[in-house]
Design a protein. Structure first.
Length: 125
């Protein structure tokens, strides 16, 4: 048998977690970049360079971004590294929190159903 008091406690805890997460997301002010960082070795193709014998230059930092529905790869210069990495991390954290918020919402919905079920009187004869 379902215990309404325990379900209410669980609901209360979940709703508090949901509120805290929503507040964090709403207060988010940092700029974000949607993309992925990766390292790449390149060849310059100059006449007698080491890269013509298989020793490529690098690694160099690149970012893959979505631009107008297409994936674009761009070189990231050393001056941009720190700021771009911070914006990419902020985007990943924002998305993680949204995913957690969705999970909490589904769990709260299930708990409301359980509470309703626990409060419904037995069958009428």
């Amino acid at each position: 048998m379902l215990d309404p008091a325990k379900i209410r406690q669980e609901l209360s805890s979940l709703i508090q977690d949901q509120f805290t997460l929503q507040k964090s997301l709403v207060q988010s002010r940092d700029k974000m970049v949607q993309g992925s960082l990766f390292q790449c070795y390149t060849a310059c193709r100059k006449g007698h360079c080491k890269c013509t014998q298989g020793q490529k230059h690098g690694p160099f930092l690149y970012v893959a971004l979505q631009v107008k529905g297409k994936t674009v790869q761009r070189y990231v210069g050393k001056k941009e590294d720190e700021g771009l990495v911070r914006k990419l991390k902020h985007y990943r954290e924002f998305r993680r929190q949204r995913k957690e918020l969705n999970r909490l919402s589904r769990q709260i919905y299930r708990e409301w159903n359980r509470l309703e079920e626990s409060l419904i009187a037995g069958k009428i004869r």
